[in-house]
Design a protein around this ligand. Structure first.
Ligand SMILES: [Zn+2]
Ligand SMILES: [Zn+2]
Length: 773
């Protein structure tokens, strides 16, 4: 009773806290410093090769408060971190809390940080005439600015970034070192005195002297010009999105006839004047990653129709670096901001190369002298059924780890596919998916793939012992995997990888009915698959059903020319009597071209059979007169979807045949239904809706049969066809109503951009089974 409860004894304690995960470059060290000093604690914080090491010493209750405060601290980007606390013997020394030099001991377990959009406080300084960073196009702080695209090595220190060439002025140095400044240890700190600067060049690369490069550029854009603008992950081509003539000129120069172009606006209010924006979409637009968000376009807007022809959607993004804010302020109009390249090429990011490659496209170049170490395209996303879903996962998301449902006992490199390529490196549970690298049949894209693999290996300090790849022997990613020495190889079938990707995206490892619908993928029988029903888990799969194979006349040419698929499907459904059908499509068809094609099919010349769902969409689009030739894969399907009425009143009866336990969907029945409707002049919008609903009907029928046979009650939807929001929404509704548990994509694309994650998950599962067995 003698000890008074009013004055508890002060107990001096000391503990170390290890923080792992995405903890460097997001403002953790300054936050730890602030919290420690605020609670009157001594000690230090430093970057390590594993994350952050915090060492605090002081009053026991103050340490407890500090640990609570630290747990409540949420860094930008919301990346998860893990922490462990160890109690130590107090030193008893007075040592004012400090940020110490990075430790470089042990093995690397760092998670690098993606590029972060400009924060509100930096934006306020940018527009404050009295601030010393007024109109400084490179204003950043501890919680914002470029990261992934400027980091050469880890831990995240200025010396390891492309800012290393800029020596801090005395004012910046003072802020950098001051415990009370919000730029304490801001590695990208700079100001107009000491930081990067803007410059202008003409088409021949000659410097243009001007008092204010941004104003000059704004003038050129206002007069309908096209300007190449260096950004965070590469160059954009910019023009005034409200001037149809300027947009047309940009299209001509970029050789991009009709593919939708992205538009940048300054803020959410500006976005709302152009598109309908739900709360979920607003959140996605405003997120630190700042992706291009596909939104429903308003009926009457300032944006020219040729920005996104044949579409009800517009891809909008908000300004995400200070330069964009200055530019949009000066132009005062929404800007087309499309990646600086010719169609199918990689984004230009090195200054001299950019001027060389884009001189035919741009009237003027707006450059800066902060090097881009890693090129990185803008990400693309949309909200379906309230959930954000990535269509292209790149800037702002890369290189955040995706946690696999299974731990890889050894480091894995998953090489991805051929189109929309990304690769993944796996360490333990963490899969690090690369930025979008594009079509590897393009030489420049292949070189950037090889460079990016090397960069990720160095950054993560990882030497893969396993290489996962597609079954297709001619994919360059496969050939690359085959060329690696001293690694074990795991071949993963294309559609199995799609389904595994969807499982990994949902952090589950269980047996599902996998519906994998896409353009093409190499089957285990060497065939061209693409309308697949698999019973699968991460370890393996069986092919339970597929679309009836039809010839792909002319091979790859049939992908570029949907009319070939329409003809092939008509022939499959009607044989020689197809010529008697009174269809507008047949009146358009060149008889000579069709005769040649038909003979080639008969002789089996360059007309492999395919079960592709994507090609069925192409065929119907062509029959309806939507499009006979495409500029990019999936274009005809996108336009067919845009055409569809929101609801269907009818579906086309479609038969299933069953051989040896495999179900075959009689797609020619679908074609007959479409043709009957065309013959009685049903509106294309109605036919398109009926066609979509028919596919949902087929999906439900086949899944129900498989459930009866196998007892598997969960479905995973993957493959590029499920980027079709009409189809995805209706499929989710139908399957859930029928009592299925349904998995669909969120964090990685349903298209081939997600393949690497699936390959990684399959390889990890097979390794873990083997290594423990
Ligand atoms: Zn900031
Ligand atoms: Zn400075």
């Amino acid at each position: 009773m003698a000890a008074s409860t009013l004055t508890p004894p002060r107990i001096r304690r000391r503990c170390t806290v290890v923080l792992e995960g995405c903890v460097q470059g997001v403002g953790f060290r300054p936050a730890v410093h602030r919290l420690a000093v605020g609670n009157g604690l001594d000690g230090s914080v430093r970057n390590t090769l594993q994350g952050l090491l915090v060492d605090v010493e002081g009053d026991e209750s103050a340490i407890a408060r500090f640990l609570d405060d630290l747990a409540a601290f949420a860094p930008v980007g919301g990346a998860p971190s893990r922490r462990s606390v160890t109690w130590e013997q107090p030193t008893g020394l007075e040592r004012p809390f400090s940020i110490d030099a990075s430790l470089r001991d042990g093995t690397t377990e760092l998670v690098p940080v993606p590029d972060l959009t400009t924060c509100d406080r930096c934006l306020a300084e940018l527009t404050d005439r009295n601030d010393r960073r007024y109109r400084h196009a490179f204003v950043t702080c501890t919680t914002c600015g470029p990261r992934f695209t400027i980091v050469r090595t880890l831990p995240y220190d200025r010396d390891g970034t492309t800012m290393s060439g800029f020596a801090m002025c005395s004012d910046c140095r003072r802020e950098y070192e001051s415990p009370f400044d919000r730029r304490l240890h801001a590695e990208t700190i700079s100001c107009p005195e000491c930081g990067p600067a803007l410059s202008l060049r003409d088409r021949d690369g000659r410097l243009i002297h001007t008092a204010d490069p941004v104003e000059t550029v704004a003038g050129v854009i206002a007069r309908g010009g096209v300007v190449a603008v260096k950004g965070i992950g590469g160059y954009h081509l910019a023009c005034d999105a409200t001037q149809a003539v300027a947009v047309e000129e940009l299209r001509k120069r970029k050789q991009r006839e009709s593919k939708p172009l992205a538009v940048m606006v300054k803020d959410l209010a500006a976005a709302r004047t152009l598109c309908h924006v739900s709360d979920g979409e607003a959140q996605l637009l405003m997120s630190a990653a700042r992706p291009i968000v596909l939104l429903a376009r308003r009926a009457a807007t300032r944006v020219a129709g040729n920005v996104a022809p044949q579409s009800h959607e517009l891809g909008l993004m908000l300004a995400y670096m200070p330069l964009h804010h200055l530019l949009l302020e000066a132009v005062d109009a929404p800007l087309v901001m499309t990646s600086g390249n010719a169609t199918d090429d990689t984004i230009a990011h090195v200054d001299d190369d950019a001027v060389h490659r884009l001189r035919g496209a741009a009237d003027l170049f707006l450059l800066h002298d902060r090097p881009i170490h890693v090129p990185c395209d803008d990400s693309v996303a949309r909200v379906v059924r309230g959930a954000p879903r990535l269509v292209r996962r790149s800037r702002g998301y890369v290189p955040l780890a995706i946690r696999l449902p299974v731990r890889a006992p050894r480091p894995i490199l998953a090489c991805g596919g051929e189109l929309k390529n990304t690769f993944a490196l796996v360490r333990g549970h963490d899969a690090f998916l690369s930025q979008h690298l594009g079509d590897l049949s393009n030489e420049r894209a292949y070189r950037s793939f090889v460079d990016a693999v090397d960069h990720f290996k160095r950054l993560l300090d990882l030497a893969p012992e396993v290489a996962a790849h597609d079954l297709h022997p001619a994919y360059r990613s496969t050939v690359y995997a085959q060329s690696l020495n001293g690694v074990e190889r795991v071949a993963v079938q294309h559609h199995h990888a799609h389904i595994a990707s969807c499982l990994a995206d949902n952090a589950v490892d269980r047996r599902v009915i996998g519906v994998a619908w896409d353009g093409t993928g190499y089957g285990v029988d060497g065939g061209v698959w693409g309308g697949e029903f698999l019973v699968a888990d991460l370890a393996g799969f069986e092919r339970a059903g597929h679309f009836e194979p039809v010839p792909l006349p002319g091979g790859d040419a049939a992908i570029r020319e949907p009319w070939r698929m329409a003809a092939a499907f008509l022939r499959a459904a009607y044989g020689d009597t197809m010529a008697k059908l009174d269809l507008p499509f047949l009146r358009r068809l060149d008889p000579a071209a069709w005769r040649t094609l038909s003979q080639a099919i008969d002789r089996g010349l360059n007309a492999p059979l395919t079960s592709s769902a994507g090609r069925l969409f192409d065929a119907v689009a062509s029959l309806l007169g939507v499009r006979d030739r495409v500029e990019f894969e999936g274009q005809a399907a996108m336009e067919l979807e845009a055409l569809a009425e929101p609801r269907a009143d009818w579906t086309y009866a479609t038969g299933l045949t069953e051989t040896d336990g495999t179900m075959v969907v009689r797609t020619q029945d679908v074609i007959r239904g479409v043709v009957d409707d065309l013959l009685c002049e049903t509106a294309p919008a109605t036919i398109s809706a009926r066609f979509h609903a028919t596919l949902v009907d087929i999906l439900l029928q086949v899944c129900t049969r498989i459930r009866q046979h196998t007892g598997v009650g969960a479905v995973a939807l993957s493959g590029g066809v499920f980027q079709n929001t009409w189809l995805l929404g209706a499929a989710l509704d139908a399957l859930e109503t029928a009592g299925f548990e349904v998995y669909s994509h969120r964090n990685v694309p349903a298209n081939d951009g997600g393949l690497a994650l699936g390959q990684a998950a399959v390889a990890a599962r097979r390794m873990s089974g083997k290594d423990s067995g």
